[in-house]
Every structure is written in structure tokens, then in C-alpha cells.
Design a protein around this ligand. Structure first.
Ligand code: GLV
Ligand code: MG
Length: 321
């Protein structure tokens, strides 16, 4: 039981040590809010951030948002207490734990087992709390398929560009932006595609990491549109001003949604009423694979609240091929 089907177009990270930001996040339009105990919280503030985050998760006013907490990585002294305090204190309201710096499937297995123990002790439904694994270094990417299959609780793989750029030695200090001077295309393409393939092979969502230049909405739009076109489900945002742009980039536009519904309807008509498996629709061949692609786009559109505007009847004809 995981929350793989919940929309995660925009995933807003909020420092767990900031009471003001924690209070504000509940009313924003992000699909998911990630209350951070890791890199946005100074070591000296880690322990006092836990009760603040616990109280924020248990507060009212979250609407349908995914409520997540990013704990510290398994190599730190904070990770186990992060899990125990947050889940014992607010497990009923918590949807997901984001596990950073996952470089081995054993990290996910550790969290899965600890969650089982706390769920049992606290009387929570087993498997209630999902895991989102951040892939953000060379070891994590090299073993990403095994990480994706490490627990039935996994709901998503999340790319972490900042740690990843540091791990590889990319010559850039701008999180999520292309390294200046690189002429080989998109410097993140290999990582994105590997994460996407591993996620889909395990039935998980694929989420892109943050774009740190808050004022550069054009750069954010470009980065979001590129991974959305590749197939990613959403992207982290680090500021409320980035939410709308990212929600728009990951929701299908009305014309694509209408087209997807039309393909599904036309293909259903062709296969059941006419017993044809390949037909043309508006001059383009459609077959069972087209239906599958259309099902993905239609599901995303419905999840984003779109309804069909164009009610044209399917007029597919038999394909010559
Ligand atoms: C996010 O955690 C990143 O490292 O980019
Ligand atoms: Mg990171």
C-alpha cells in the first residue's frame, strides 16, 4: 500500500526549523509539501526542528496535499530519531518519508523495517507510510534499479541535482541548471533517463529535483518542460513563486488531453465494434500502443481536473499497414 497515484506535480520543500514557513506551506497550491529535517536545517537546529515538524504535520488545513518529511540520511546520527519522533508523534497524518542520499538498497530496507516496527507499536495500518528515495550520487545512480525494487512502500524516486553535481564533480555552483561550458547537450539526461526507467520498471513515480534560481522563471519553465516531456511526474520547488509554473508544466494541456480521450474512444470503437487493431485517426496510425500512451495522458489530465472540451465522434478508418 503506497500513495503512488497521488499527484506530485509540484513538491515544495520547507525548512523544518522555520515556524513561519511551516505555517504558510499548508495553504499553498503545491501537490506535496516536504518538511525538511536534512540539508535546509543547520546541525545545531536539528533536534528542535523535530517537534515543530511533528506539530505541523498533525495540524489541520492541508487539504488533499501529500504530507511528507525529509529525514536525515542513514549515515548521520539523526536519522533513526527523526523517524521515531515524527512517526510516533504524527504517523496518522504523515503520507510519506523522503529518504535522502540513498546510495544502496539497504538504506530503503532499513527505513522500511523501522517503519514496520513503529507502525505496529503505534497501531497504525502496516505499510501506511510511503518512502520516496532521493537518488543523488554516483553510487545511488549505479544501483538505482535495485533501490527502486527495495520496498513495496516506495512511491517515488527523486533526483537530487545538487548532491549529484557535487558527487560527479560537475563544474557548476547553480543547483538544477546546466553547467556552463558543457557542449554535449543536457548534462542531466543520463541521470534523468536512468531514474525514469528504474522508477517505471518498479511502478513508481519519477520526480525531478529543485531549480534553485528563484527569480529565473524562464529557466525553471525550460527545465520543467524538458523533464515533463521525458515522462517525469513532477519537480521539487524551493519557493512558493515556483509552484504555479511547475504545476502547469506537469499538467497536460487541454488539446493533448482531448486528443488522448479521443484516441481511447476511437480505438475502443475500432477494436470492439469493427474488430480492427490498427486504424488511422486524422491521418495517423493508432494501435494498442497508442491507446496505452493515451491512457497515461488521459489519467494525468483527469488527475489535474481537466474535463473533455472537444466531444468529436471517433472517425478512425482502417490502417493500410
Ligand atoms: C536535493 O536534495 C539536491 O541535492 O539537489
Ligand atoms: Mg540533496
Amino acid at each position: 500500500m503506497t500513495n503512488t497515484d497521488q499527484p506530485r506535480r509540484s513538491c515544495l520543500t520547507v525548512p523544518g526549523s522555520s515556524a513561519r514557513f511551516l505555517a504558510k506551506a499548508r495553504g499553498l497550491a503545491a501537490d506535496e509539501v516536504i518538511l525538511d529535517l536534512e540539508d535546509a536545517v543547520a546541525p545545531a537546529a536539528k533536534e528542535e526542528a523535530r517537534p515543530q515538524v511533528t506539530a505541523a504535520i498533525a495540524a489541520t488545513g492541508w487539504a488533499a496535499k501529500v504530507r511528507a518529511v525529509r529525514i536525515n540520511g542513514v549515515a548521520t546520527q539523526w536519522a533513526y530519531r527523526d523517524v521515531i519522533e515524527i512517526v510516533e508523534g504524527a504517523g496518522t497524518y504523515l503520507d510519506s518519508i523522503v529518504l535522502p542520499k540513498v546510495s544502496d538498497p539497504a538504506h530503503v530496507v532499513w527505513l522500511d523495517l523501522l517503519l514496520h516496527q513503529i507502525e505496529r507499536a503505534a497501531g497504525l495500518p502496516p505499510g501506511k507510510i510511503a518512502i520516496e528515495a532521493q537518488i543523488e550520487d554516483a553510487s545511488g545512480l549505479a544501483t538505482v534499479e535495485a533501490i527502486a525494487a527495495a520496498s513495496p512502500r516506495l512511491a517515488a524516486l527523486v533526483f537530487g541535482p545538487a548532491d549529484f553535481m557535487a558527487s560527479l564533480g560537475m563544474r557548476s555552483l547553480r543547483i538544477g541548471a546546466q553547467p556552463a561550458g558543457y557542449t554535449g547537450g543536457d548534462a542531466f539526461h543520463y541521470a534523468h533517463l536512468r531514474i525514469l526507467v528504474a522508477a517505471r520498471a518498479a511502478g513508481l513515480q519519477a520526480i525531478d529535483g529543485p531549480y534553485a534560481a528563484i527569480g529565473d522563471l524562464e529557466g525553471l519553465a525550460r527545465a520543467s518542460a524538458s523533464v515533463a516531456a521525458l515522462g517525469f511526474d513532477g519537480k521539487w520547488v524551493v519557493h512558493p513563486g515556483q509552484i504555479e509554473q511547475v504545476n502547469t508544466a506537469f499538467a497536460p494541456d487541454q488539446a493533448s488531453y482531448d486528443r488522448a480521450e479521443l484516441i481511447i474512444e476511437a480505438y475502443e470503437h475500432a477494436t470492439s465494434a469493427r474488430r480492427l487493431g490498427a486504424v488511422t485517426l486524422d491521418g495517423e496510425m493508432i494501435d494498442e500502443a497508442s491507446r496505452k500512451m493515451a491512457m497515461v495522458a488521459a489519467a494525468r489530465g483527469r488527475a489535474a481536473g481537466l474535463t473533455r472540451m472537444s466531444g468529436r465522434r471517433p472517425d478512425a478508418t482502417q490502417s493500410p499497414g
